[in-house]
Design a protein around this ligand. Structure first.
Ligand code: CA
Length: 227
């Protein structure tokens, strides 16, 4: 169990938090439960996390702010985040993904669903990417170092954005349907909506600057990367 992924659960509702913790433990992970943002922050000063399950409605902070802070801190910027939202509104999910969260679940959810998503997110990160180095226009993708540069300048991408770009770049000029992209990125988890792809594509394009134009929307079909 020493090497099991360390998962931080930030959830103020004790019953839900404990239920998540129990299921993650049974699934072979090392979960730790935090009832508020502050105790989680203190923990992170001395410990590392491999994934964060983050409730959006916390007693002492807005989960969105916690998410933003994690992504801004170099030490935690690449730690995947799964958002738990009770609000269930698309704006929350979209905002969460824009802030760099990798996935979300809406309350009420089954612990099994959450465990499946945790596994999927960790698997995505561990999965081998496209060839070591791919070039499209000014964009250079180094899959081994998980690094993207545009005209020589580094670009910070989330794990999901990176995989999306690596997939598009694996077949330049090839049009991937939203379904294919969803399938690749979320392993066919049906709860993820089409709009999710569009949000990640938009973020990716913004981060790539002028080179973002190389990612084309093919109306009614999906997306492609211009060779
Ligand atoms: Ca809450």
């Amino acid at each position: 169990m020493e090497n099991a992924p360390r998962i931080c659960i930030v959830e103020d509702e004790p019953d839900i938090g404990e239920l998540i913790r129990l299921h993650l433990q049974r699934a072979g992970f090392q979960p730790r439960l935090f009832a508020n943002a502050e105790s989680f922050r203190v923990h992170l000063r001395r410990h590392e996390a491999d994934l964060v399950v983050l409730d959006l409605m916390l007693p002492d902070a807005d989960g969105m702010e916690v998410c933003r802070a994690l992504k801004q801190e170099p030490k935690t910027a690449t730690v995947p985040i799964i958002i738990v939202t009770a609000r269930g509104e698309e704006t929350d999910r979209v905002l969460g993904l824009e802030l760099g969260a990798d996935d979300y679940v809406t309350k009420p959810f089954s612990p099994r669903e959450l465990v499946a998503r945790v596994k999927a997110v960790l698997r995505r990160r561990a999965a081998p990417e496209a060839p070591v180095s791919v070039v499209a226009g000014d964009i250079r993708i180094d899959a081994q170092q998980h690094r993207v540069t545009v005209a020589g300048k580094g670009v910070d991408l989330t794990a999901t954005e990176f995989r999306l770009l690596a997939l598009l770049a694996s077949k330049p000029g090839w049009v991937f349907s939203r379904e294919q992209l969803l399938d690749h990125l979320w392993s066919g988890e049906k709860a993820v909506v089409d709009r999710t792809v569009d949000v990640h594509i938009k973020n990716l394009r913004d981060k790539l600057g002028p080179s973002g134009r190389l990612i084309r929307n093919v109306r009614g079909v999906g997306y492609k990367l211009e060779p």
